[in-house]
Design a protein around this ligand. Structure first.
Ligand code: 4AD
Ligand code: MG
Length: 427
């Protein structure tokens, strides 16, 4: 009997053939003379029927939800079965008989979240994890096609990138250190040798807000390159976004369908994206939020309202310098405006931030002082401006925020296998 994956049966590749399936019991329905088992493996769910006169009837009676098994039988078409195929069982071997499985339909969202280690077997999480893997693959393909070198920055760092309020502090032997909030500053170092660099790595934020878009540990796709301009940056980002959406829509059609996600919005992602200035954003939002004036940071609610108008990815650029990080370069004749750009999508708002970096040492020192940072903590970073400084740009995009949008998820915690938030860190 050929060992097959369930998807091969569902694709009609094993019609009327003897097959062996390995997997777990997903559902069980027991009648007087017939038992239905739904069996899952990584590729899908198949129905199996066991008749009372079958030699495996006793095993089928005994088997419980989430038990692991090896099942042999004949695959055939059956329009009544979910997926249109089923396996009539001839042999059933129980590998691991499961105790009473704690997760069932009537359980609360909260309970299911506490059972993450078991919930990761669910169809939903299986599908999201596949889309996640394909998204990572597509992102790497895009960077590689554009001749970016993937690099590996450290997670233990000695100075803040994105401000002290979201910095995780830790004792590193006798020393004070932090968990990185972004790999940007290290990409800037590596750029001097490799020109175009990127990394896909965790970033950490001691972020207390409980929203559908905040984690304390998330995966960050970041790129940095020498001699780049703001226009290069925006074009690169929209190219990346288009590539990911098109490729993943094509490769994960089944997954999106089963997740109930709107795949058409992904297929519609084509560069160029609309671009508006921060000033225009404020003008658009003003009627709905009269308190919003030039200089204010856009909140989640503001971004959502703005994004609803567009209904697709778009850019906001030319932010006030005062609300941006110390490393942002500013407009030549308007130092109050930062060369910074955010990509936004409906429902989530910001999914990436990028911009041109201040490449002048003296201005950088001044900006650090204005933001209460000690230049002596950033000596190595200042060295980059001392020895062959160069205009350069870069950006960071949150993988999980992107996935929330792509998969139409309700919450960011379902975009990562083991979410870390203020309240969740188990298992
Ligand atoms: O806007 P941020 O803070 O920008 C930076 O970290 C830059 N240094 C990146 C760079 O230029 N290399 O973060 C970038 C992105 C956000 O747009 C968002 O998608 C994601 O990281 N992000 C989070 N995702 C989940 N949970 C959080 N708490 C996040 N904070 C930021
Ligand atoms: Mg940002």
């Amino acid at each position: 009997m050929a060992l097959v994956k369930i998807s091969q049966i569902l694709d009609g590749d094993c019609k009327d053939q003897k097959v062996t399936v390995r997997g777990w019991v997903y559902r069980k329905r027991e009648g007087k003379s017939l038992i239905f088992l739904l069996i899952r493996d990584s590729t899908g769910v198949i129905q199996s029927t066991i008749k009372k006169d079958s030699p495996c009837w006793e095993q089928a009676q005994k088997i419980t939800i989430e038990s692991s098994l090896v099942l042999e039988g004949t695959a055939h078409e059956d329009t009544r079965a979910p997926g249109g195929y089923e396996v009539s069982a001839e042999n059933l071997e129980i590998i691991g008989l499961a105790e009473n499985f704690p997760i069932s339909k009537d359980k609360s969202e909260e309970f299911i979240r506490d059972m993450r280690h078991l919930w990761m077997r669910s169809r939903k999480m299986n599908l999201v994890m596949k889309v996640r893997a394909e998204t990572l693959k597509a992102a790497r393909e895009y960077f590689d096609k554009q001749h970016y070198t993937e690099v590996s920055p450290p997670m233990f760092i000695s100075a803040a990138v994105e401000g002290g309020s979201t910095l995780f502090h830790l004792k590193y032997f006798e020393q004070d250190m932090y968990l990185t909030q972004s790999s940007q500053l290290y990409l800037e170092i590596l750029m001097f040798g490799l020109d175009n660099v990127y990394c896909i790595a965790p970033s950490f934020r001691a972020e207390k807000s409980r929203t559908i878009r905040h984690l304390t540990e998330y995966w960050h796709m970041e790129g940095e390159w020498a001699f780049g301009t703001m226009d290069d940056l925006i074009k690169f980002e929209e190219g990346l976004m288009e590539y990911i959406c098109q490729i993943v829509a094509a490769r994960c059609e089944k997954e999106f369908k089963e997740l109930g996600a709107n795949i058409d919005k992904l297929k519609a992602v084509k560069a160029p994206f609309p671009r508006i200035t921060y000033k225009e954003a404020i003008e658009r939002l003003k009627p709905k939020n009269p308190a919003l004036d030039w200089g204010a940071d856009l909140g989640y609610e503001d971004e959502k309202v703005l994004a609803e108008d567009f209904g697709k990815p778009f850019f906001v650029y030319d932010y006030p310098t005062a609300i941006k990080a110390f490393y942002c370069k500013t407009q030549k004749d308007h130092p109050e405006i930062a060369l910074s750009v955010d990509m936004m999508v409906p429902r989530i708002g910001e999914i990436s931030t990028g911009g041109q970096r201040e490449d002048n040492k003296d201005i950088l020192i001044q900006r650090m002082k204005e933001q209460g940072l000690k230049p002596e903590d950033y000596e190595w970073y200042l060295d980059l401006r001392r020895y062959g400084t160069v205009p350069h740009v870069g950006f960071g995009m949150g993988l999980e925020r992107l996935l929330v949008w792509m998969c139409d998820l309700e919450n960011i915690i379902d975009a990562i296998p083991f979410p870390r938030t203020t309240r969740r860190f188990y298992p």
